[in-house]
Design a protein around this ligand. Structure first.
Ligand SMILES: O=C(O)CCC(=O)C(=O)O
Ligand SMILES: [Fe+2]
Length: 341
């Protein structure tokens, strides 16, 4: 097994193949589909983690393999810290566009509005986002005059999210036969090659003339590019729906009602590849509200555990050729944002 910090040059064939498989799947997932409430989104209790690691690892593995989505409770992040992060997020997006435009998205860091076109829908997600990727933030934080305390609050929240993400990944590492620090090394925040990302999301309120339109999505169906996503939702601001990859033919979606005490998690494509497809990434989307539902703005926070650019994704059984996490992500971003970012 190659250490996560080894650098190799993936072949052109490996690179092309990574792009095709995931994108071909995603392009077929844009339809409305149906709703099913029969899937259980399991809740995994992380309390007393060090002593219960083996039991928690079993529970995480089963939930991940069955559905690919699960929720963490007693995860150690205080509700107050979640509220503070959301309050800052609202304040950031309330800044005039002219201020936010000083911090434009580039290489998974900075602000964009209606720029992400999902291969599944071909239309821009009805949202704005601001991404924090630690080593790439030069000149991208709003000033203290524009938004006091923003950088400090969001970086603290990023660090807390990273710690929870690494706990979960340490459990998957054990189950995959790696040592328990394997993914922590691959996501080392002290390195310039760090590329895990905290994404602040603001889905726009639906204007009256668009209410009832089925043509637009807050976020079109997709799988995430990363190893593991941690998602924070706000009470009353639903819309997240999931569909396990192995059931993609049926296109039956399950809604995940927001619970601010829980962190909703999903496996991303990077970990799927790293596990020889044993851990499936799953489709999810954020639907526009339908008449009768809350039409106001929706805020969410996502933390993407994305292995450092120089980590080599090399699966234990060799199902896929090795590829660096940097190259892997570059291709997926290009498919969503064109060459612009
Ligand atoms: O906002 C949400 O609930 C989901 C966001 C998401 O799936 C993403 O940004 O990848
Ligand atoms: Fe996502």
């Amino acid at each position: 097994m190659t250490s996560s910090s080894t650098v190799s040059t993936p072949s052109a064939a490996a690179v092309g193949e990574a792009e095709l498989v995931e994108l071909r799947k995603e392009a077929r997932m844009g339809a409305l589909g149906t709703e099913t409430g029969t899937r259980e989104i399991r809740r995994i209790d992380l309390s007393d983690f060090e002593n219960r690691r083996a039991e928690i690892a079993d529970q995480l593995w089963d939930a991940a393999v069955d559905i690919g989505f699960f929720q963490l409770v007693n995860h150690g992040i205080e509700l107050g810290a979640v509220h503070e992060a959301f309050a800052m997020t609202e304040r950031f997006f309330a800044l005039p566009d002219a201020v936010k435009a000083q911090y434009p998205l580039k290489a998974n860091a900075g602000w964009e509005s209606r720029a992400q076109v999902r291969p599944s829908t071909g239309t821009p997600d009805q949202k704005e986002s601001y991404q924090i990727t630690r080593p790439r933030m030069a000149g991208l934080y709003p000033s203290e005059e524009e938004l006091p305390g923003f950088k400090k609050t969001m970086l603290a929240f990023e660090a807390q999210s990273w710690a929870v993400g690494m706990r979960v990944l340490s459990c998957f590492a054990l189950k995959l036969g790696f040592d328990d620090e394997f993914f922590t090394r691959a996501h080392a925040p002290s390195s310039e090659t760090y590329q895990s990302t905290l994404r602040l999301l603001h889905y726009y309120a639906i204007p009256p003339e668009e209410q009832g339109s089925l043509a637009l999505w807050r976020a079109g169906a997709h799988t995430d590019f990363d190893c593991l996503t941690l998602l924070y939702q706000r009470p009353g601001q639903g819309g997240l729906q999931v569909c396990p990859g192995k059931e993609m033919e049926a296109q039956a979606w399950t809604s995940i009602p927001p619970d601010e005490t829980a962190i909703t998690c999903n496996i991303g494509d990077m970990l799927m590849r790293w596990s020889d497809d044993r851990l499936p990434s799953n489709f999810h989307r954020v639907k526009n509200p339908v008449p009768g539902e809350y039409m106001g703005p929706r805020y969410s926070l996502a933390f993407f555990c994305q292995a450092n650019t120089d980590a080599v994704i090399e699966s234990p059984a060799g199902k896929y050729p090795p590829i660096t996490a940097g190259e892997y992500l570059r291709q997926r971003v290009a498919a969503n944002f064109g060459k612009k970012y």
